[in-house]
Design a protein around this ligand. Structure first.
Ligand code: NAG
Ligand code: NAG
Ligand code: NAG
Ligand code: NAG
Ligand code: NAG
Ligand code: CU
Length: 213
């Protein structure tokens, strides 16, 4: 176990020198979009999603089924920010950050809010020529939405958007065998402040929830 922990720490140390953070706005200008809609990231890079309007999620899916939760081989789900409602006029915003640990493996995401995915609210990390973002988005738009339904598609009426209390939905795990890789809420946006370095390695990805001003 100790050996595993040391191995797991190595890429994180390397990443401290080389990593780049890619900022993605979720719901910019009130649109049903991630902006930018795709990102090219290297190993160790982080992608920080800032929720700036309405009530969206960033939820991992697959190229084959853009609007459905991804299921890992062990039956666990892919990563998920949970719903992040933003109050009208909010000036601070929740941020949710993931770390890319395998740049060779494209990652696909959608918004779980009712009907958002079928309106093209999808996002990709490291799409390829064969599996392009455009093809992914077209498939999403062509599909009947598999998103969860909810009474309110917008989060503008209640709640203190950008409060320092992260949504409880932010704690999904990505680990194939390590639930301890799930984030603890309320930390800053650094990508390394997750519970278990070994879990990160197993998961292929780490995530953390924070607050941006
Ligand atoms: C939001 O509006 C700004 C200013 O008009 C514009 O530069 C930006 O591209 C818009 N972003 C999106 C995602 O619509
Ligand atoms: C929606 O769900 C069905 C059944 O689970 C699946 O076959 C289909 O690929 C999904 N569509 C999308 C766009 O995710
Ligand atoms: C997708 O995952 C989320 C959170 O992990 C869960 O709340 C939701 O019910 C799942 N949706 C479906 C259609 O399985
Ligand atoms: C990275 O992803 C590629 C493409 O899915 C896969 O073939 C490779 O085994 C992965 N590498 C690691 C270290 O998981
Ligand atoms: C955000 O959307 C979800 C799913 O539709 C809903 O359950 C939740 O109540 C919404 N939150 C707010 C503050 O509107
Ligand atoms: Cu959405």
């Amino acid at each position: 176990m100790r050996f595993t922990s040391i191995l797991a720490a190595l890429p994180l140390i390397g990443a401290a020198f080389a990593q780049q953070n890619h900022v993605v706005l979720v719901g910019a200008n009130g649109t049903l979009s991630y902006s930018p809609s795709e990102v090219t990231a290297a190993n160790g890079d982080t992608v920080s999603f800032q929720f700036v309007s309405k009530n969206h999620t960033v939820t991992q899916s697959t190229f084959a089924a853009p609007c459905s939760n991804m299921t890992n081989p062990d039956g666990s789900l892919g990563v998920d920010s949970g719903f992040q409602p933003v109050a009208a006029g909010a000036t601070t915003f929740q941020q949710w950050t993931i770390t890319v640990n395998n740049a060779s493996a494209p990652m696909w995401f959608y918004c779980r809010q009712a009907n958002h995915c079928s309106q093209g609210m999808v996002f990709a990390i490291n799409p390829t020529a064969a599996k392009s973002f455009d093809a992914f988005q077209k498939a999403a738009e062509a599909s009947a939405s598999n998103s969860t339904t909810g009474s309110s598609p917008y989060g503008s009426s209640t709640g203190a958007g950008g409060s320092s209390t992260p949504s409880t939905g932010a704690g999904s795990t990505s680990g194939a065998s390590s639930p301890s890789a799930s984030p603890t809420g309320g930390s800053s946006s650094g990508a390394i402040k997750t519970g278990s370095a070994a879990g990160l390695l197993l998961a292929g990805m780490g995530l953390v929830m924070g607050l941006v001003m």
